[in-house]
Design a protein around this ligand. Structure first.
Ligand code: COA
Length: 270
């Protein structure tokens, strides 16, 4: 299969692995093949040590992803639709839980499953011409790839209801108030913004990033006392790592060196 026919394209940019949904003529609407290819590319990126951050985007200038393929969806019976939703949820849950930080580089429409995919990422960096919606209600259906749960977790119940129960499309700038967008960039600067965020994430010890992400993901799922116990356990595991010991020691050494330098340059009083 030639590159332009692959359902998902992968490219490496330093520590960043960029995965591109590749069906621009249908606004990157999901097919089972695209979902399976995305799953395989996530596996590959997670296994590749030099990849420290995974970003997702859509091909073409118009869409990140316009959701599940409606032309295919319409032919499914209830059981097939259920299996379809379970397959989507499984891939999105993998992204949500994966050890490496993830960024949705939203370059246009993020609708239905596309919005769910973006919400499953740790960060959303949106182009100023991006827009977000759960249009399912306008089709007399509802989100099925985790949208009702992820939206509440990422923006709270009231904002999630505005999206899911109105079907209305909101521009990136309008979405800023909902709190789920990390940054908005001009379309021509979108990749640079994602790249800068990836560099910053990759500059920290990957184990510390992984442990912090795991603890954050449990918030809201566990009662506070159990969440605090989980955080303490993650803290202890992280604390025993070489990265934590080095990070703490380097801070102490820097502070000591600064104090010594200040003492040596202090004017001597007669
Ligand atoms: N499933 C299947 N095909 C889709 C699609 C989807 N979710 N979204 C867009 N497409 C296809 C269109 O059918 C069209 O194909 P064609 O050129 O063969 O006719 C192509 O992508 C371009 O879309 P078009 O509707 O012509 O673009 P537009 O700029 O006029 O409108 C949208 C863009 C996103 C507003 C419109 O395509 C839309 O509402 N899509 C459905 C979004 C949705 O409801 N998603 C949730 C699915 S559960």
């Amino acid at each position: 299969m030639t590159n332009d026919r692959l359902p998902v394209l992968a490219s490496q940019h330093g520590a960043l692995r960029l995965l591109t949904l590749n069906r621009a003529d249908k606004l990157n609407a999901f097919t089972p093949e695209m979902l399976a290819a995305l799953d395989a590319e996530i596996t590959d990126a997670l296994a590749h040590d030099a990849t420290r951050v995974i970003a997702l985007t859509g091909s073409g200038a118009k869409a990140f992803a316009a959701g599940n393929d409606i032309a295919r969806l319409v032919s499914l019976d209830g059981v097939a639709a259920y299996r379809d939703m379970m397959a989507g949820q499984r891939v999105l849950l993998r992204l949500h839980e994966c050890a490496k930080p993830t960024i949705a580089m939203v370059n246009g429409y993020a609708l239905g499953g596309g919005f769910e995919l973006a919400l499953a990422c740790d960060f959303i960096v949106a182009s100023s011409d991006a827009s977000f919606a759960f249009p399912e209600i306008t089709l007399n259906t509802m989100p099925g790839w985790g949208g009702t749960q992820l939206a509440v977790a990422k923006m709270g119940l009231a904002c999630a209801k505005r999206f899911v129960m109105s079907g209305k499309r909101f521009a990136a700038r309008e979405c800023e108030a909902f709190g789920f967008i990390h940054e908005i960039a001009a379309p021509e600067k979108l990749f640079d913004s994602v790249s800068a965020l990836a560099d910053s994430l990759a500059s920290y010890d990957p184990f510390a990033v992984e442990m912090a992400k795991r603890a954050l993901n449990r918030a809201g799922e566990l009662p506070l006392s159990a969440g605090l116990d989980f955080e303490a356990a993650q803290y202890a595991v992280n604390f025993s790592s070489d990265g934590a010991r080095t990070g703490l020691r380097q801070f102490v050494e820097r502070t000591r060196a600064r104090s010594t330098a200040q003492a040596n340059t202090a004017p001597v009083t007669p």
